[in-house]
Write a protein that binds this ligand. Structure first.
Ligand code: AMP
Ligand code: ZN
Length: 493
């Protein structure tokens, strides 16, 4: 373990304060994050939340924890309007695109994975699906029914929030009082199967046209959305685990309902630390599929977007997002991205220069103290903007040494370089795109020069066949050789 792990504190949405992080099992962390509902391409807002948790995952691993990171795929049950009268968006999309629901699921799961890979986000340790855990969900419904916190009505099963509230208190996470909720929603009650409007579906009987359905003791139907996360988190992480994350908009009702389901089933609060990532906004409003106020990641990567107008690499976009703390709202704009891009390039240039710095007998910079400041930033609730500010300090110093205005010992140079590397690439998970491109170009040049040398040898041996073949076949792939007085040079078409 990295000794720094003892200093990590995390803001817990449940206690509403920062707490020193102590996992249930020493050296190991169980973390669950609500994954996407796969009925459309993930937008940049969704990406921000998943990238916020990629940072958490990476930093915990960097500290030496063995992390089991579970992030689900919601491929059934997430109804619009939270299940009261809404459609299943996957079924709706299947009708529109004339696909099987599972084709819709597959198409957008693949899109999600490829987007996350472009962002260099690490895959979770387990990625379970709702449809793969129907049995487990039915089992939890049976348990909640037997504990008396749910009731059946016309083949559907609802969670009895009022009954639960008497024994456990409902609303702990969101700070909402059941009495207030009742006052605000009284008029909805009449046409519902529910005893109270706050009750939520654990199991829904399927209408005839609802083709995603499974047999259960109550009806052919499907599980409620909140249930899948309780089933999958506790199955893979245990009935009490360390961290549960998701976007801020999931705090209520989704996460509140997860707590209620787990407490009703196991009589224990399921999660020690609840983490909520804040929203990405566009024109000051939450990025959201349903309002049309969103940008797709690919539009940014290709530049095919009227507002943005030029391409930005995934790693740059990730860097832009990490310049805000995960609990702050971040507004997306072309100007903000461009400002970020300049900083990103400066940082990468400095990192590349760090390898070739001259060394001296003394350092004029406290490298150890600076390295500690980088850890302090991350240990303070994963404060990436402060970390990035510290990395800029490191870059400033690298440039000063390069220009002869500061000095570094050999040991400090190594420490500076390693720290920049660790935080830029392991913790923030950025990619040095420019150096990757340079790297590719260098390899290509090396290979062409080898072919030029072989061609010269062939010509010296009067082996015109081989010599012409090398020239012609290179030309076919767009590489032109030119013979001159100084030898052979090449151009790429
Ligand atoms: P969904 O596919 O709608 O279940 O959303 C997947 C994840 O993206 C959830 O954790 C949401 O909280 C999160 N999310 C949705 N919109 C935004 C946004 N504008 N900014 C940040 N996260 C978001
Ligand atoms: Zn969830």
């Amino acid at each position: 373990m990295n000794a720094q792990h003892e200093n990590l504190s995390i803001y817990n949405s449940l206690s509403k304060q920062k707490e020193t992080f102590k996992p249930i099992t020493e050296g190991a962390v169980g973390m669950y994050v609500c994954g996407p509902t796969v009925y459309s391409n993930v937008h940049l807002g969704n990406c921000r939340t998943f990238l916020s948790f990629d940072l958490v995952f990476r930093y915990l691993k960097h500290l030496g924890y063995k992390v089991r990171y579970v992030r689900n795929i919601t491929d059934a049950g997430h109804l619009e309007n939270d299940g009261e009268s809404g459609d299943d968006p996957i079924l709706k999309k299947a009708r529109i695109e004339q696909l099987e629901p599972m084709e819709v699921v597959q198409k957008y799961t693949v899109d999600f994975h490829s987007t996350m890979e472009k962002f260099n986000a690490l895959p979770p340790s387990i990625e379970p699906t709702a449809t793969g855990h129907i049995f487990e969900q039915i089992h939890i419904v049976e348990k909640i029914l037997s504990e008396g916190y749910a009731y059946e009505k016309n083949g559907s099963v609802y969670f009895d929030v009022m009954k639960f509230n008497d024994d456990y208190a409902y609303g702990k996470l969101s700070g909402r009082q059941l009495d207030d909720m009742i006052t605000n929603t009284r008029e909805l009650a009449a046409q519902s199967e529910k005893k109270n409007p706050q009750d939520f579906a654990l199991w829904k009987k399927a209408e005839p046209q609802h083709i995603m359905r499974w047999p259960s003791p109550w009806s052919d139907g499907f599980p409620g959305w909140h249930l899948e996360c309780t089933a999958m988190s506790t199955k893979y992480l245990g009935i009490q685990f360390d961290i549960h994350g998701g976007g801020m908009d999931l705090k209520f009702p989704h996460h509140e309902c997860e707590i209620a389901q787990a407490e009703a089933t196991n009589k224990k609060s399921p999660v020690n630390v609840w983490m909520h990532a804040n929203m990405l906004t566009l024109n000051g409003k939450k990025m959201s599929k349903s309002t049309g106020n969103y940008i797709l990641p690919n539009e940014l990567f290709t530049g095919e977007n009227e507002v943005i107008g030029k391409p930005f690499s995934p790693t740059m976009v990730k860097f832009f997002m990490y310049q805000a703390h995960y609990r702050s709202i971040l507004d997306f704009s072309k100007e903000a991205l461009e400002a970020s891009e300049k900083g990103f390039n400066r940082l990468m240039d400095a990192y590349r220069n760090a390898a070739n710095l001259p060394t001296a007998k003394d350092s004029s910079f406290d490298v150890t103290g600076w390295r500690q400041s980088c850890y302090d930033a991350m240990n303070d609730d994963f404060n990436s903007p402060i970390l990035i500010a510290q990395l800029f300090e490191g870059a400033k110093y690298i440039n000063a040494v390069k220009d002869g205005n500061a000095t570094l010992t050999e040991t400090d140079k190594d420490q500076l370089q390693t720290t920049m590397h660790d935080f830029l690439f392991d913790v923030l998970g950025l990619l040095d795109t420019a150096s990757e491109a340079n790297d590719g170009a260098e390899k290509l040049t090396g290979a062409i020069q080898l072919l030029i040398a072989l061609r010269e040898q062939a010509r010296a041996n009067r082996d015109w066949g081989t010599s012409d073949r090398i020239r012609d076949e290179l030309q076919e792939v767009g590489i032109q050789l030119k013979d001159g007085k100084e030898g052979t040079t090449f151009t790429l078409n």
